[in-house]
Ligand binder design. Structure first.
Ligand code: SF4
Length: 371
């Protein structure tokens, strides 16, 4: 039977961060009905022969906000509905303010073995405009506590391009994460959604974002510093010590099947992609009526599948097989590789083609020229 990656969306947050455009809710009174609906969805996804699950990922929202009793209830239901491999990678996204000695025991108790800490920056002045619930000291404590306890692979998320951020201040955060003992780093560029609170502050000049060339310099510096410290870039935004790559995220990029449960969650199997509603009231209503929460389905055409394969392979540092690229893109693919290697944004080694660090920075633009 085909194994799955299982994504579970836990959408509640204490407040909405000023840059956030995810499917979240701050209506904490809806947590109990949400959990009931989610469990209905879990049960409805069960088949008579439970599907094996190789990776489990609780994302949000703020999964670390969920109390022990609810987490344990959800865990029992998932393990009853699916055959979760005892060795499965089980990631939980946690905000620093939720990482205590007790919460680490609870998470470990349900089988969590990987923590993804939403640190974003270790600099108070950079965190402040984001409206996060933590500052530098909480972020440091959370990281040190999680690493010191053991039993978890620890990843830290940092953002490039924050208001007031410089190459030096970004590097300070990066070095602190590395010195803290992380085995994995996710480095995201700030993607400011129009209409978000931070977007409005930027519009009226109350927050000033770094220029593109400064962000590019941060990204290049990140690659140098992480690589020197033994964290290899394995994807455009992700770095890991050997063996600490996110197996769950690798499934997305390798187009292996995954099932998403909960608000706004996406799933993929074969040529089918589908997604649940992002509207919390609709989610609760649909599941309450015994319906599915899926509101979007598509079957990829061969052309879309081809583009997706190339795009997702090229996001990874190992890139794509040259022979596959030529088979899928024909002479255009050959010309693209020739141009990329000449201009220095691609490199070719034996039968593989991949972006150089500079190429990763503009990978979307380069790929757009291929199709
Ligand atoms: S904690 Fe994460 S998901 Fe929640 S509002 Fe902030 S950025 Fe969004």
């Amino acid at each position: 039977m085909i194994d799955l990656g299982l994504y579970v969306h836990l959408p509640f947050c204490r407040r909405r961060c000023t840059y956030c455009a995810f499917a979240i809710s701050v209506e904490r009174s809806l947590e109990a009905p949400y959990l009931d609906a989610l469990i209905r969805e879990v049960r409805a996804s069960a088949s008579s022969a439970p599907q094996p699950v190789e990776t489990l990922f609780y994302g949000g929202g703020t999964p670390s906000l969920m109390g022990p009793a609810n987490l344990q209830r959800l865990d029992r239901q998932i393990r009853a509905a699916f055959q979760v491999n005892p060795q499965a990678e089980f990631t939980l996204e946690a905000n620093p303010e939720d990482v205590s000695a007790q919460s680490l025991e609870v998470w470990s108790g349900i089988g969590v073995n990987r923590l993804s800490l939403g640190v974003q920056s270790f600099i108070d002045e950079e965190l402040y405009p984001l409206g996060r619930g933590h500052g530098r000291s909480a972020a440091l404590e959370a990281l040190d506590r999680a690493v010191a306890r053991g039993g978890f692979r620890v990843s830290v998320d940092l953002i490039l391009g924050l208001p007031g951020q410089t190459v030096r201040s970004f590097e300070r955060s990066l070095v602190r994460a590395i010195e803290g003992g992380v085995g994995h780093l996710s480095l995201y560029m700030l993607d400011l959604e129009e209409g978000s609170a931070l977007w409005r502050q930027v519009e009226v000049g109350r927050s000033i974002l770094p220029e593109d060339d400064v962000i590019a310099a941060m990204y290049k510096r990140a690659i140098e510093v992480a690589t020197e410290a033994g964290l290899e870039q394995y994807e455009v935004s992700n770095f890991a010590r050997p063996g600490e790559e996110s197996l769950h995220n690798l499934r997305y990029w390798e187009r292996r099947p995954y099932l998403g449960l909960g608000l706004g969650a996406h799933s993929f199997a074969g040529q089918q992609r589908y997604a649940n509603t992002r509207d919390l009231s609709e989610y609760l209503k649909l599941l309450g009526e015994g319906d599915t929460a899926v509101v979007f389905r598509e079957t990829l055409t061969p052309e879309e599948e081809r583009e997706e394969k190339i795009f997702l392979s090229l996001r990874q540092a190992r890139g794509v097989r040259y022979s596959d690229l030529v088979r899928l893109c024909g002479p255009e693919g050959m010309k693209w590789v020739e141009r990329g290697t000449e201009e220095g944004w691609l490199f070719r080694r034996e039968d593989r083609v991949a972006f150089t660090p500079a190429g990763f920075l503009l990978s979307n633009d380069h790929i757009a020229r291929l199709f």
